[in-house]
Write a protein that binds this ligand. Structure first.
Ligand SMILES: Nc1ncnc2c1ncn2[C@@H]1O[C@H](COP(=O)(O)OP(=O)(O)OP(=O)(O)O)[C@@H](O)[C@H]1O
Length: 285
């Protein structure tokens, strides 16, 4: 566990509101899930606090997405206790947009339960502006870049003002620079909306840059947990507590630690010194 300085500046927009900072937005107790004879989740206990960012890591097939689906109420028969107070929004690895609807319509569709059409479209427009796509309302999904499509997916997840945003590897298919932009966007949106986020990721550096807590799953169970209270702006890979936690998390995942990616700083998004695999070019850089 990394015991670092409490962060007073890097918190959601309304830290004065006790409801925003106390209690749980999600509470899971003794949650099991099997598919036929395959036990995927085994007696899961997990809490997510209001306003908290939790990163869920684990080897492929350990049950991360299955747990996320339970929290999103996408699982028809969760065994055990799976309680979520407030709305949830979900964004997946693939944006899953409707190609025959405009960007604006795709986001407004998430509000179908709201009776007033104008309100739905106004809110969708507002949210698309928040994710930087105010100019793309009438575009079709196939006209978007991967990063833009993922922003639409984020807007669709956010438009109903969820208390818990569930992100299932939403940046893993994006190039490194776009991923850094998306990290910054997620933190901006998190500050503005005072929501909790559960982020499923394979990227330990991403988890260390964004989350308040890292949770490793192993074989369908919750394993080790690390709390990161260091401000996000101070989480350089070379920061000793961050470097130590990174090594511990990789160890818990059964991966031999490697040096952090020298090309990017997960906090500031700045590129590091030029890094060429070709030794001749490296000398010239
Ligand atoms: N609907 C389903 N029917 C049968 N098996 C399923 C179903 N959904 C998930 N599984 C199985 O449950 C296990 C866990 O899947 P899950 O997608 O939750 O893993 P994961 O940790 O998210 O993996 P990854 O990191 O590769 O996305 C896998 O063995 C998968 O095949």
């Amino acid at each position: 566990m990394a015991l670092l300085t409490p962060d007073t500046t890097d918190s959601p927009a309304n830290p004065g509101d006790p409801a925003a900072r106390s209690g749980y937005v999600a509470r899971v107790r003794g949650h099991d899930r099997s598919f036929g004879d395959t036990h995927v989740l085994r007696s899961i206990d997990l809490d997510v606090q209001h306003g908290e960012i939790v990163a869920l890591l684990g080897r492929s097939g350990c049950g991360k997405s299955t747990l996320l689906r339970s929290l999103a109420h996408l699982d028809p028969a969760p065994a055990g206790e799976v309680e979520v107070s407030g709305r949830t929004g979900v964004a997946f690895q693939e944006p899953r947009l409707l190609n025959w609807r405009t960007v604006h319509q795709n986001v407004a569709l998430a509000l179908l339960n709201s009776p007033e059409r104008k309100k739905r479209f106004d809110l969708a427009e507002e949210t698309l502006a928040e994710v930087g796509l105010g100019e793309k309302l009438d575009a079709w999904p196939l006209q978007l870049s991967g990063g833009q499509a993922q922003r639409v997916s984020l807007a669709r997840a956010l438009v109903s003002n969820p208390a818990l945003l569930l992100l299932d590897e939403p940046f893993s298919a994006l190039d490194a620079l776009t991923r850094i932009e998306m990290h910054q966007l997620v933190i901006e949106l998190w500050r503005r909306h005072s929501m909790a986020i559960l982020l499923v990721t394979h990227d330990v550096d991403e988890a260390l840059a964004l989350a308040d807590r890292l949770v490793v799953m192993d074989g369908g169970r919750i394993g080790r947990t690390w709390e990161i209270t260091l401000p996000r702006s101070d989480r350089a890979p070379s920061q000793p507590d961050i470097a130590r936690t990174r090594a511990e998390v990789l160890g818990a995942l059964g991966v031999k630690p490697t040096p952090p990616n020298p090309r990017r700083d997960p906090v500031t998004g700045e590129l590091g010194p030029a890094h060429h695999s070709n030794p001749a070019k490296r000398g010239a850089a």
